[in-house]
Design a protein around this ligand. Structure first.
Ligand SMILES: NC(=O)c1ccc[n+]([C@@H]2O[C@H](COP(=O)([O-])OP(=O)(O)OC[C@H]3O[C@@H](n4cnc5c(N)ncnc54)[C@H](O)[C@@H]3O)[C@@H](O)[C@H]2O)c1
Length: 455
């Protein structure tokens, strides 16, 4: 273990180390969030090392291959900091940690097939840190975790070798990540960040570090668990509200009311915050965050029934997409079996290359069970293989070969389409789950159209 110059528990020392750029940073987990984080620290002039178990990712990064092409602005930063030798990656956690003052954890926090949150990456690294963390280091957990995880689990994991004692010779805090994939540079440099330390001194220290690197406002919370509670509250708010408008959309459909028109008008009310219905809620955050809070509630014997029913609604939306599709096929007296259906968009949200927990996968599986021949076009997944299906290179070549199309992701490219393109389909059946297509122009173009929530 190297002798550390900086006592990360000492505000003045940390401040000085920032000014002299002598603070050494290690980011463990350099994926979607961790890599941009590491690059931001390096860009601020601090020598930063990224650690990951993904050997290919590490090799690519060290060879100058930037892996996050859909994150505007970061490729230039990557080339710059790599060139200046301010950033490199490694699979060797021991050396990287031993030679760093500040350790950031941007490790995945997924859930298993039973929707139970999986913190194994964090607990594995926590145990490793117990052996390898240098004295007087500061650990900041950026991953999304349940309130109490730091206090109840992480501190004892890092302390378990007996070498380290919290607030005595190591410190910990959280700065939960809140960036949107596809807009990370914008969000990192604009959105306020939450901070919670194991004590107020550490909160202040984390604040000056993040202020130095990101120049954003920091919201100081009284402890780690409160900061994590805020992070989960904001995301679960969205999950619940999407469920609310999705459930309304199901009813408005039956009432012949266009949900998009309702929402457009409702936006005018000063205290209405608009959310949109859709094919389901995916991604690495919202569904998992709801299950994280449900897991906490179960653990401590609380009731969070609104989150539970919201999850149920959001998870049932793919079934409704199937219903709309079957209805449209029936309308044109065509059997869905052996039909060719084009899935437009597989990303869980618009304009990003990310299919984690995407509802598209659920819809595709349901359609395949009915004997449908699935084709996929997504501008972020061209000519590759996803869900065992070879994706299309462009829309123009495939559209004339399919019976129907289902818009699952509201990519900008789909919003820019001339509706006439759908007339090239054999049937032509169009299902829009994202409120992109105006029902009256679909009608004028003689499409057999079903719009989710469009009445
Ligand atoms: N992606 C998002 O939109 C987003 C937004 C806000 C917060 N978050 C949170 O940020 C955290 C990280 O998410 P992400 O999307 O960057 O995940 P990711 O899967 O893109 O990246 C995680 C990285 O950690 C690496 N890893 C896994 N186990 C490791 C180990 N033991 N040692 C070293 N590296 C290891 C993986 O190989 C991967 O590269 C999660 O808690 C997530 O909930 C994500």
């Amino acid at each position: 273990m190297s002798d550390l110059k900086i006592n990360m528990n000492n505000f003045e020392e940390v401040k000085k180390s920032l000014n002299s750029k002598s603070l050494r940073v290690c980011v463990i987990g350099i994926g979607r969030i961790g890599l941009p984080t590491a690059l931001s620290f390096a860009k601020s002039g601090l020598r930063t090392i990224g650690v990951d178990i993904n050997e290919k990712l590490v090799a690519n990064i060290n060879s100058g291959i930037f892996p996050l092409k859909d994150e505007p602005g970061y490729e230039d930063i990557f080339n710059d900091v790599l060139g200046k030798k301010l950033f490199s990656a490694t699979t060797q956690i021991e050396d990287a940690v031993a030679n760093s003052d500040l350790i950031l954890l941007s490790l995945p926090t997924p859930m298993d097939e039973n929707n139970i949150p999986d913190y194994s990456a964090l607990t594995a690294v926590g145990s490793q840190l117990s052996e390898i963390l240098s004295l007087n280091s500061l650990v900041i957990v950026e991953s999304t975790i349940e309130p109490g995880f730091i206090e109840d689990e992480m501190v004892s994991l890092i302390s378990k070798s007996g070498r380290l004692k919290i607030e005595d010779n190591f410190s910990i805090g959280v700065c939960p990540e809140n960036a949107n994939p596809g807009e990370i540079l914008h969000d990192f440099t604009n959105l306020p960040r939450l901070v919670g330390g194991i004590n107020q001194n550490i909160t202040k220290i984390i604040t000056i570090i993040y202020k130095y690197v990101f120049s954003v406002d920091l919201i100081e919370m009284e402890n780690c668990k409160t900061a994590n509670a805020v992070k989960l509250t904001t995301n679960v708010f969205r999950d619940i509200n999407i469920a609310f408008v999705s459930e309304l959309a199901l009813m408005f459909e039956k009432l012949g009311i266009d949900t998009m028109k309702v929402l457009e008008a409702a936006k005018g009310k000063y205290n209405f915050q608009v959310h949109y219905p859709g094919a389901g809620v995916g991604g690495p955050c919202l569904p998992i965050n709801s299950y994280q809070l449900l897991n906490t509630a179960k653990r401590i014997g609380s009731d969070l029934s609104i989150i539970e029913s919201s999850r149920k609604i959001n998870e049932n939306m793919p079934e409704h997409v199937l219903k709309l599709t079957l209805d449209a096929f029936e309308d044109c007296k065509k059997s869905i079996e052996k039909s060719k259906i084009l899935i437009m968009g597989i990303s869980y949200k618009p304009d990003v290359k990310d299919i984690q927990l995407t509802p598209a996968e659920v819809i595709i599986k349901k359609l395949q069970k009915l004997g449908v021949d699935i084709h996929i076009y997504d501008p972020y997944f061209v000519s590759t293989e996803v869900f065992g299906i070879k994706t299309e290179q462009n829309l123009e070549n495939i559209i004339c070969n399919v019976d129907a199309a289902i818009i699952i992701t509201g990519h900008q490219e789909f919003k820019n389409l001339d509706i006439c393109i759908f007339n090239q389909m054999k049937s032509p059946i169009l299902i829009d789950t994202r409120g992109i297509i105006d029902p009256s122009s679909a009608n004028n173009n003689h499409l057999i159209f079903r719009g989710l929530g469009r009445g």
